[in-house]
Write a protein of this length. Structure first.
Length: 197
């Protein structure tokens, strides 16, 4: 999502009335696309999709199948399962970001999407901060104080790093308990991926 653009939300439900109702509620705040089947969802996926609201139980290509495929394809969107299916222990291994039980109110939809977008913003900003901090630490470890103090590039790196750190702190201030849970769920998945490699 580029700055100034509305986030794109893909609503996936095999009941067109439900998908259209969600879309109508969200259109003032987001760019909304709808898909009425798992197959349509897979066709609608792309790098411009920020959040997917995904029904689990659909004929043909289920929501679980869509979730698996979008993760295998490397799409970086956030996914909330929005479903009438009571969660079982199978959800532990599923790579979604949130699980919302129907019926869902308009405020539930907005809260879920906002939480997922804040988590995405935090993760992206944290990655930028880590990259800048790595460069900072490398230069500090390999250059003398006089050389560092005389470098315009190093001073700019320090300014960028401080600006990103402040942005991280502001983003964290917007988190609620569920947003923290979503971030740490993702961090835990990243740790397991690294351990398996």
């Amino acid at each position: 999502m580029s700055p100034g653009d509305l986030p794109t939300v893909l609503v996936v439900d095999d009941e067109p009335d439900v998908a259209d109702a969600y879309a109508a509620q969200l259109r003032d705040e987001y760019h909304v696309e709808t898909a009425y089947s798992g197959a349509e969802a897979l066709e609608a996926l792309g790098p411009d999709v920020d959040v997917v609201l995904l029904d689990r139980r659909m004929p043909g290509v289920s929501g679980d199948d869509v979730l698996e495929e979008l993760r295998e394809q490397g799409y970086d969107c956030r996914v909330a399962m929005v479903t009438a299916v009571d969660p079982g222990f199978d959800i532990i291994e599923m790579p979604f970001d949130d699980y919302v039980i129907k019926p869902v109110s308009q405020s539930d939809l907005f809260d879920t999407i906002d939480r997922l977008l804040v988590c995405a913003e935090y993760e992206e900003t944290l990655q930028r901060y880590y990259a800048l901090s790595s460069k900072y630490a490398t230069l500090v470890a390999n250059k003398g104080t006089t050389e560092l103090e005389g470098s315009d590039e190093f001073r700019e790196l320090k300014r960028q790093r401080a600006r990103i750190r402040n942005h991280l702190e502001e983003t964290v201030a917007r988190f609620d308990d569920e947003a923290f849970a979503a971030v740490f769920r993702e961090l835990d998945e990243d740790v397991h991926t690294v351990e398996e490699e």
